[in-house]
Design a protein around this ligand. Sequence first.
Ligand code: FNR
Length: 383
Amino acid sequence: MPVITCIEDLKRMHRRRAPRMFFDYCESGSYTEQTFRDNCSDFQKIRLRQKVAVDMLGRSTRSEMIGEPVAMPVALAPVGMTGMQCADGEIKAARAAEAFGVPYTLSTMSICSVEDVAAATTKPFWFQLYVMKDEEFVDGMLERVKKAGCSALVLTLDLQILGQRHKDLRNGLSAPPKMTLPVMLDLATKWGWGLEMLKTHRRSFGNIVGHAKGVGDTSSLASWTAEQFDPQLDWGKIARLRDKWGGKLILKGILDEEDARRAADFGADAIIVSNHGGRQLDGALSSIRMLPPIVRAVGDQVEIHMDGGIRSGQDVLKALAMGAKGTFIGRSYIYGLGAMGEAGVRRALEVIWKELDISMALCGEKDVKALGPHNLLVPDDFE
Ligand code: FNR
């Protein structure tokens, strides 16, 4: 077992082990990648206040997200094509989350289907829905999600049209990969991944088979999205889905106070302050920068979660202290998965948990729920 000290170690292993097109798919933002970079670098501008001579015994990172108990307030975010980073990737990530006691969110654009993941796990997970034009498909999907026992629906609102990621176009991203010469040369050094993939028969998009024609190829992904996703998604349509679903609902992709008010009035169980990991509107502010104004606007009305740029337990601490009740990680666990499969996701969670626990103690806090602005030093231009 290699020594893994931090998420960056997992990222290096992921880069070495996975085909370049899939590592790049994970490690990219849209257009100039400004928002992608800012998501991480803005966390670095916030500092923690050290406190001494505080009894540190009996610490707890336990909390709740939408009423569900969590070992720490960190859920695994929905990530498309997770099953291409390693065979059965969605199942492995879901199992690691279950073992750790944090929520797992399965993407609509996953390789393993909602039924595959339900069969391989014992606790309910969450399902992320992209809203398609075809209402019959969407309603059918909701029925499958209910049948699979999912305990929350995460509705993503910030990808009705695809922001361009240059690397995916240059790499000719497709799932499964097309065997071009550059891909074959790349795979020649990545035997581990190739052998693993040979073991699985699940190569296409498990949730949208039938609707997935033409989706495997990024050159056509933008047009496929334009064809399938509903560009007219509005609050009326969201209300239809809320009523059809009837269970816990999380609205993902809120980055504006007015939208947050709308979501709160609408009766969502939680919102996720998110810019899709910097993969959609390039030039948008980082999620952590938008968190304080959104907390001020609706913090007393709706549970607020955030994602984007979390690469350590210290980042989680900062988000919680700024008013998020929960956080999501995307790339941090995908690096683990791409590096070492299920053990890698577990390792990513352990790393983040330990960093959170120790940093909390050094801030003089025993309970993750007691974190607040008093633990932070935030630059004047930040809020
Ligand atoms: C995503 N994200 C995403 N979101 C979603 O709602 N459905 C999806 O299918 C995907 N797919 C996806 C693929 C990849 C490779 C990435 C990196 C991200 C966005 C994701 O849920 C989350 O918002 C971000 O990943 C959070 O940022 P960090 O933690 O990756 O910095």
